[in-house]
Design a protein around this ligand. Structure first.
Ligand code: EPZ
Length: 436
């Protein structure tokens, strides 16, 4: 399939309002959780993004009925599901397909699934997930049991367990919650992840009649129940990372943007850093306004990514772009992923001055980005490169833009509404194509 690029004629201030869509990392867990319900339900505020389309197709491949009421509303009835095997090619397209391990184990006491895919920034093990399932009684849940890239687990039945996560893991926290919902007895997740999307998945499960307490803290307790009922409507929380990306886009273009339909407390790690740098960040009830006071100096700062409420790793590339336009030298410490600076060589093509030392990027401030043709190495890196291109006077291209659309709904339309000159152009790998 022809890939495509975003052609951006940058140097324009972004102004106006932009509305945030539902959270990718909440809805992917919630779609998997919905496969355990014994009845129909409705999801609202579902983001119109590629990863959701893949997950919906995957759920349909199991037999679930999913109707699009409108682009943001899904009516789901998982009752026709007649298999615990999820090994279509779709599984290896997205990382979040691994939530079906917990959901199918929870529903059938069995799960056969292909290893997941997802962005490649270092190896992405699932040992914590498998360990949790094993503690809950699943057989076949050892890494050594994986054959030909497929995991085959059975548990008769799943029982509650005390699960200690030696690394704070979003995926392992959600997957353990899913499996524990219908397991016999009580499960305790210690050192659990506390991201907003963890809380959203737990709230959704409780709406189905699960008994989950403590989501959002580092200890989550789940009392297994025999039955999870449908018959309700659930609205997905706003996407914290999409919101942060637009906050950065506003700042680097010297703009004045109000980002609406968000939860300001979820943005605090980025808001605090932007205020520290000299930007004005005003919290509303469900909005944030970002701008730079006339004459305000923008200074570099140090940022360390960490599990929530620490600084989100998914805003790391965007924040490096922000640091590029600050006075002095900024530091970005990536403490969650082994290798999440693969986009830096692309940024260097835009005239930046960044030095990498393993998990630390030293960012020397520059006065402006140069336009260039750059490659989106992954979803968030691509969004960061779009921000840099919006700030760069002249025409830039961000190629492999389909990676950006995995997690950003209608990014071209939303940016155009803010005054950006951006369009999608076909690109099959040769620069000449792009010039055409
Ligand atoms: C989720 O990935 C998100 N993806 C990622 O966002 C995000 O970067 C990450 O959480 C951290 O916030 C989805 O929610 C679909 P982890 P996940 O398990 O669950 C190690 C985006 O841009 N680990 O919290 O895969 C792992 O290697 C994406 O939206 C193990 O060692 O992340 C990493 O170093 C990119 N063993 C750390 O834990 C395991 O079994 C955190 O990973 C699992 C994880």
């Amino acid at each position: 399939m022809n890939n495509y690029a975003y052609k951006i004629n940058g140097g324009k201030r972004l102004t106006g309002e932009v509305e945030i869509s539902g959270s990718k990392n909440a809805v992917l867990g919630i779609l998997a959780a919905a496969m355990m319900v014994d009845g129909p339900l409705t999801l609202e505020n579902v983001p119109d993004i590629a990863d959701v389309h893949v997950m919906v197709d995957l759920c349909r491949s199991l037999g679930a009925e999913i109707n699009e009421i409108d682009v943001h509303t899904l009516e789901i009835d998982p009752r026709p599901i007649n298999t615990y095997e999820a090994n279509s090619k779709l599984v290896s397209k997205i990382r979040a397909s691994y939530y079906l391990m917990g959901a199918l184990l929870g529903r059938f006491g069995k799960a056969t699934i292909r290893l997941p895919g997802g962005c490649n920034f270092g190896d992405r093990p699932i040992d914590l997930h498998l360990n949790a399932f094993r503690l809950m009684g699943a057989k076949g849940a050892r890494p050594s049991d994986i054959e030909g890239g497929i995991i085959r687990m059975t548990a008769s039945p799943l029982h509650g367990a005390k699960v200690y996560l030696d690394i704070v893991s979003v995926g392992a926290t959600i997957n353990t919650m899913l499996a524990a919902c219908k397991a016999e007895g009580k499960t305790e997740i210690i050192n659990a992840a506390k991201e907003p999307h963890i809380v959203d998945v737990a709230n959704f499960l409780n709406a189905m009649g699960a008994k989950i307490k403590g989501a959002g803290t580092d200890t989550i307790k789940i009392q297994g129940v025999p039955f999870l009922k449908g018959g309700f409507t659930y609205s997905i929380i706003p996407d914290q990372i999409e919101a942060g990306t637009y906050m950065v886009a506003a700042a680097v273009t010297g703009g004045d943007v109000t980002i609406t339909n968000l939860i300001p407390t979820h943005m605090e790690p980025l808001s605090a850093k932007m205020r520290e740098m000299g930007y004005t960040v005003e919290d509303g009830d469900d909005s944030i306004r970002v701008y730079r006071e006339d004459g305000a100096e923008i200074y570099a700062t140090n940022v360390k990514t960490a599990p929530y409420p620490g600084f989100p790793t998914d805003l790391q590339p965007q924040t490096v772009v922000l640091l590029c336009l600050a006075e002095g030298m900024g530091k970005m410490h990536e403490n969650v992923w082994q290798n999440r600076f693969q986009y830096v060589p692309e940024l260097q093509k835009m005239g930046t001055n960044i030095n990498l030392f393993e998990r630390v990027a030293l960012v020397n401030g520059i006065t402006r980005f140069k336009p260039a043709t750059v490659l989106a190495t992954d979803l968030r890196a691509g969004a960061a490169l779009v921000c840099a291109a919006l700030a760069a006077e002249g025409t830039s291209y961000v190629t492999h833009a389909s990676r950006i659309d995995r997690g950003y709904e209608h990014i071209v339309g939303k940016l155009r509404m803010l005054g950006a000159d951006i369009e999608r152009v076909d690109y099959s790998g040769d620069l000449e194509d792009i010039e055409a």
